[in-house]
Design a protein around this ligand. Structure first.
Ligand code: PLP
Length: 360
């Protein structure tokens, strides 16, 4: 068996330890005589799995009691609609457009009400986070929406926007559990888990209790109401059982590693190895304004499409896979999520140095 260093943006690398544990439990989960995949979501055994997962996530993120945790389906993209359907009471909200995912959410919200673009970094190919200290937020807006870490472009908010008292809604798909957060600063935090937590098919929504109401836009399907899922404790219908089980294992792994403070240090160390190299390289260069660099997704280019392609090909052959940049931006991107070991980043940089010397 040969595991590669997988720099995919998502679905992405998971902790090897978690995969081994899941493999061990595949045929017989803790004496139940069956796989978690074969188990009723109403069983006692599964109830413990989902309850433990929620508790471990609460412990990791220090989630206050007045926030609910929902395990849902439909990916992060379904939240682009669920958020306005459930929260746009006054039919108006502000969106900060820092990349494709923010833009998609913004466009979706326009189907349900007046979505206002408060700021954008489209003028420089989303390579920076705009100044969000004094945005044109008006009193009649229901919330302010951001994509906190821009997976495709490699930018991250280092300070949250001044929302002028409005609830902040954040898509954290690609920075979920990468560092500590103050949940109380948000109305809603959500993310698809396939970037930094688990297998595709689960989206986690952390939402302040008072935002969960019956008062949703007319025509909102039952399955798209937060209240339905909150009242049923994420078991209104069959949840993505196996995916939640793996998320739970990753939460336990994160706790064992020392929690989010430790993950933050590790992630800073890993990112520094790569950014320091990019900053002195004569061949490779980063594409993002330094202050706004993501710890999770690191895009870079050589300046030549041919050399980019050659690099991706040779890197793949050497066991560094999924380094091709998003189809919309080209170049390269190394996603270095929680589960990417430091050694993987060090070896990638060694490989880049060698490539640079050979192609000088
Ligand atoms: C990947 C990604 C999405 C889309 O996720 P799906 O689960 O495929 O819908 C949305 N937002 C961000 C920030 C992402 O990285």
């Amino acid at each position: 068996m040969a595991r590669v260093y997988n720099f995919s943006a998502g679905p992405a690398v998971l902790p090897e330890e978690v995969l081994r544990e899941a493999a061990d439990e595949m045929l017989d989960y803790q004496g139940s005589g069956m796989s978690v995949m074969e188990m009723s979501h109403r069983s006692k055994v599964y109830d413990k799995i989902i309850k433990d997962a929620e508790q471990d996530l609460r412990d990791l993120m220090n989630i206050p009691d007045n926030y609910r945790v929902l395990f849902l389906q439909g990916g992060a993209s379904q939240q682009f609609a669920m958020i306005p359907m459930n929260l746009m009471k006054k039919k108006k909200a502000g969106y900060i457009v820092t990349g494709q995912w923010a833009k998609k959410a913004f466009q979706e919200a326009k189907l349900y009400g007046e979505a206002v673009e408060l700021a954008s970094s489209a003028d420089q190919t989303f390579s920076y986070i705009p100044d969000c200290s004094d945005l044109p937020i008006t009193d009649d807006m229901d919330y302010v929406y951001i994509c906190e870490n821009n997976t495709i472009y490699g930018t991250k908010y280092k300070t949250l926007p001044n929302t002028k008292g409005k609830d902040l809604v954040a898509d954290v798909s690609s920075c979920f559990l990468s560092e500590p957060v103050d949940v109380s600063k948000y109305g809603v935090i959500y993310g698809g888990v396939q970037k930094n937590i688990g297998p595709a098919g689960v989206v986690i929504v952390i939402i302040r209790e008072d935002l969960i109401t019956e008062d949703v836009l007319p025509g909102t399907p039952t399955m798209l109401r937060y209240k339905i899922h909150a009242d049923a404790e994420s078991l209104y219908n069959t949840p993505p059982c196996y995916g939640i089980y793996i998320c739970g294992k990753v939460f336990k792994w994160l706790k064992k590693m020392g929690g989010l403070e430790v993950m933050k240090q590790r992630n800073e160390e890993k990112a520094k190895i790569l950014y320091d190299f990019l900053d002195q390289s004569k061949l490779f260069k980063g594409t993002v304004r330094k202050e706004d660099r993501s710890l999770m997704n690191v895009p870079f280019v050589t300046g030549s499409d041919e050399l980019d392609a050659k690099f991706v090909k040779e890197a793949t052959e050497a066991g560094f896979v999924n380094l091709k940049g998003h189809r919309s931006v080209g170049g390269m991107r190394a996603s270095i999520y929680n589960a990417m070991p430091k050694e993987g980043v060090e070896k990638l940089v060694e490989f880049m140095k060698k490539f640079e010397a050979e192609n000088a």
